[in-house]
Design a protein around this ligand. Structure first.
Ligand code: SF4
Length: 354
């Protein structure tokens, strides 16, 4: 079972902090059983800290788990490939492509059933009572609002007031010099009945680095995040516990997304897509051995797969037999099209050296 992976659990214990439990959407994320649907790069905000890449931001493009998305079938296929139990819809602002968003939610609920958990991120700028009712009617489970300005706090209030089955939460990056402002907001959110707040470690990306540095923030040593963001977030979680806030407060470290969430998702996908001659690496890559001049060997061809003048075998078997060739590793991708991205030659010398 993927969740028992020790490296992941240690990481969770080292850096995870929460008060009152995890929001339901996060419980699926931590197991890598949610697909991430980037529904559009269009957005009505201009946050200086926006981590979205310039290939995506303000462009009407779609991705599912880092792969370009062409049709809704791609979303369904990816969900099937990782054995998903839920989806996260993000952007940009998904509400700027409401019809598309509704179509995707409907399709996922139809194919995978009502229990398939879907959460959606928005700044709330385009949120109205009608939009909220439509999302709820379609089956959205959780709404995560990122109020980019104080004026948008009213959209959080609107969502809490008018939602019936929807869990309403807030998600914001944490800046070390804004702890008091954030705490004030947290007290207010707790009073109006918001279910949770996710405090994200503020990330530094190629896209936002200049803007972040020009505001006198600095980068943490060896990690692309703002120095002090983690400590500030943990301090807020502790305060929430001391004050006994009713809402859940959860700190999500940036490294968690790559090292745990994304890796677990890749491992699940690789395990479901692996051919009989491939094995899954700790990073979620698919690995096989390509034998040099091996196709003519009938016995070997029966064990592996002879294709295009090559013979593909499980790496361990090829090594045990002392075969010459190369090890190919690739990330699993939609319809198994992933390009080989790591190649390691295995020659007579490698065996002599071992
Ligand atoms: S609302 Fe989100 S996607 Fe839009 S600019 Fe701000 S951080 Fe980026």
């Amino acid at each position: 079972m993927v969740l028992s992976d020790m490296a992941s659990m240690r990481l969770i214990e080292d850096v995870y902090a929460y008060h009152g439990g995890l929001p339901l959407g996060c419980m699926y994320c931590v197991q890598g059983v949610k697909i991430v649907i980037f529904i559009t790069g269009l957005c009505g905000d201009k946050c200086f800290y926006c981590p979205v890449s310039s290939q995506r931001l303000y462009k009407d493009v779609m991705y599912v788990d880092e792969e370009p998305l062409e049709t809704i079938d791609d979303v369904i296929e990816e969900a099937y490939n990782i054995g998903a139990e839920g989806a996260s819809i993000t952007g940009g602002d998904p509400l700027l492509r409401l019809k598309r968003t509704i179509k995707v939610i409907k399709a996922l609920k139809e194919v995978f059933g009502e229990d398939f958990h879907i959460h959606l991120y928005t700044s709330g700028r385009f949120l109205t009572v009608d939009v909220l009712v439509e999302l709820e009617r379609t089956g959205l489970d959780e709404l995560r609002i990122h109020p980019t300005t104080q004026e948008l706090w009213s959209r959080v209030e609107l969502a809490v007031k008018h939602s019936r089955s929807l869990d309403v939460g807030v998600e914001v990056p944490v800046f070390p010099d804004k702890v008091e402002e954030l705490w004030k907001m947290m007290l207010w959110l707790d009073r109006i009945g918001v279910k949770f707040i996710n405090l994200n470690e503020a990330e530094v990306s190629e896209h936002n680095v200049e803007q972040i540095m020009s505001r006198n923030y600095s980068m943490a040593k060896g990690r692309p995040v703002i120095k002090g963001s983690e400590e500030a977030a943990i301090e807020l979680v502790k305060r929430a516990t001391r004050h006994g806030l009713k809402m859940k407060v959860h700190y999500c470290p940036a490294r968690f997304k790559d090292y745990v969430q994304m890796r677990l998702r890749l491992i699940r996908k690789a395990m479901r897509l692996a051919k009989y001659y491939e094995n899954v690496t700790r990073d979620g890559m698919l690995e096989y051995f390509e034998v040099l001049h091996g196709v003519e060997d009938k016995v070997l061809a029966d064990i592996g797969e002879a294709t295009g003048g090559k013979l593909l075998l499980p790496t361990r078997l090829a090594r045990e037999m002392g075969l010459m060739g190369r090890i190919v590793r690739r990330y699993p991708s939609l319809r198994g099209r992933g390009l080989p991205i790591e190649i390691e030659s295995v020659s007579k010398k490698s065996y002599d050296a071992a």
